[in-house]
Ligand binder design. Structure first.
Ligand code: C2O
Ligand code: CU
Ligand code: CU
Length: 498
């Protein structure tokens, strides 16, 4: 199916989002069965598999058709599975009337395979991808990454999950029956207008602080219900939102275990009651449903706004402009779980250590770099921030496709010091997984955070970064804020690795 540019782009320009429009936005009913994404299984090698970006009308809201885009399907994409040690081959096509990319977020591959802004696929074109998978088992994702269009593309559906399998990690004995006790959860917030269309119109404060939605979708369905066995269940959670930070927890306060973060398994399961995930972060958690009790997964509201740093009349305007899902005291439902006693789960207990967990084996850092994330770079001020094409920057420079900002040496460890001012920013680096050494001067326990490729920085962070994949000036790697509106506004830079 082909869609006119007007439809895909039109949605963004039809409605100027104001608090009034948010007030009229549709409140949709949830509770449908959780969709389990199809698997595009690239394990075992073989010939290239086609994956086309396409548009469609999707049934998200009862009685309405929503214009969406997806990879190989109408909305979002399949869960792609690849094996460590193999080459995954895809023919990436595009049936949308504007260029898209397929960026392999978190994958350790060379810049020319990374699918960043320098690798557009035009309408009707096919790009061959050969991804040499060489990293520990983990949950990654893929999404479009056209400069200044990433936020729009992801919002309307160009995103999916990718799972790296590694025989070393099989010994961890985690639940691994896909869709049964090993369940992908792509969590996103969206806004729907009364005709059931997704509304994307960042403007003023919602552009400045990132665009959030008043409805929660999991795997493309509104606040769905998963049915699980009375056993340990592994949830692979991706925050696929443009800007919203989730603070997940169960209504009954039950404990769960985090077993993996962005870059792979944690050395040992970490017990917790709440889990914060910023945009693009992933966590695998294991939840015990053996008592048969139903559960509700909730989130606390996202307070990552500029309230603190802005005064007076701006406050009310901005508060009204950040839509929050309806909930008690700001806490809202993400999805629910029902336990089916007739199903049996494979795993009833977690092992104390997780086999196949990555161990950071970086060399001594040989240099330091500073990255200062600016929402109001000098000379641009509020005008740059609120309107205009650019306005946000790293180290005073807005993203320029023609400028290489940093040059790294292959395999050399470095300390990256990232600092933020006006609000917290999820900082992401392509081509590698890094270790978070400290946050605001406090040493970070590796066992809690594991290997990361996105870290929420609210103040300062020190990262130990080593990139073992090459990237030249034609296909450099990116580092950027993963609040997609910030990224599109220029809070991004480019680096080569040689
Ligand atoms: Cu999720 Cu530059 O990417
Ligand atoms: Cu990325
Ligand atoms: Cu940001």
């Amino acid at each position: 199916m082909r869609i006119s540019r007007r439809h895909f782009l039109g949605t963004a320009s039809v409605a100027v989002m104001t608090p009034a429009i948010i007030g009229r936005a549709m409140a949709a009913t949830g509770g449908k069965a959780l969709p389990i994404p199809d698997v595009l299984d690239l394990r075992g090698g073989g010939g290239p598999v086609a994956l086309d970006a396409m548009a469609a009308r999707s049934k998200i809201i009862e009685g309405r058709e929503t214009v969406t885009v997806g990879y190989g399907q109408g909305f979002l994409g399949p869960v792609i599975r690849v094996n460590r040690g193999e080459t995954a081959r895809l023919n990436l096509g595009n049936r949308i009337n504007e260029p898209v990319t397929v960026h392999w977020h978190g994958m350790h591959i060379d810049g020319n395979q990374d699918g960043g802004p320098h690798s557009p696929i035009a309408n009707g074109e096919v790009m061959e991808a050969a991804l040499d998978i060489d990293q520990p088992a983990t949950t990654l994702w893929y999404h479009s990454h056209i400069h200044q269009r990433t936020a729009t593309h992801v919002w309307f559906g160009l995103a999916g999950m990718l799972i790296v399998d590694d025989p070393d990690a099989a010994a961890s004995e985690l639940p691994s029956d896909y869709g049964k006790d090993d369940i992908p959860l792509v969590v996103q917030d969206r806004i729907f207008d009364n005709s059931g269309q997704m509304l994307y119109a960042p403007q003023g404060p919602t552009r400045m602080m990132g665009y959030r939605g008043s409805e929660i979708l999991v795997n493309g369905a509104i606040r769905p219900q998963a049915t699980v066995p009375p056993a340990m269940v592994r949830l692979r959670v991706l925050n696929g939102s443009n800007a919203r930070i989730f603070h997940f927890g169960f209504e009954d306060g039950r404990q769960f275990y985090q077993v993996a973060s962005d870059g792979g398994l944690l050395p040992t399961p970490m017990p917790m009651n709440t889990l914060t995930l910023a945009p693009a972060e992933r966590a695998e958690i294991v939840v015990d449903f053996s008592d048969g009790a139903a559960a509700r997964l909730l989130s606390a509201p996202d307070n990552n706004t500029m309230m603190g740093s802005m005064g007076g009349g701006m406050m009310g305007m901005m508060r009204g402009a950040v839509p929050e899902p309806v909930g008690d005291g700001g806490v809202f439902e993400v999805m629910t779980f029902a336990v089916d006693q007739t199903r049996s789960g494979g795993v009833t207990a977690l092992s104390k250590t997780l086999a196949g967990a990555p161990v950071p084996a970086f060399g001594e850092p040989v240099r330091r770099r500073q990255f200062s994330l600016d929402m109001m770079p000098r000379g641009m001020g509020m005008r740059g921030m609120m309107g205009g094409g650019h306005g946000m920057a790293i180290n005073g420079a807005s993203m320029d496709m023609g400028v290489i900002n940093e040059k790294m040496r292959l395999g050399e460890a470095e300390i990256w010091q990232v600092s933020t001012r006006e609000m917290a920013h999820p900082f992401h680096v392509h081509g590698c997984s890094f270790q978070v050494l400290s946050l605001n001067g406090q040493k970070v326990d590796f066992g809690r955070m594991g290997m990361k490729d996105v870290v929420l920085v609210n103040g300062t962070a020190e990262l130990l970064v080593q990139v073992d994949r090459k990237a030249d000036a034609d296909h450099p790697f990116m580092y950027h804020c993963h609040i997609l509106e910030h990224e599109d506004l220029g809070m991004m830079g480019q680096f080569t690795v040689a």
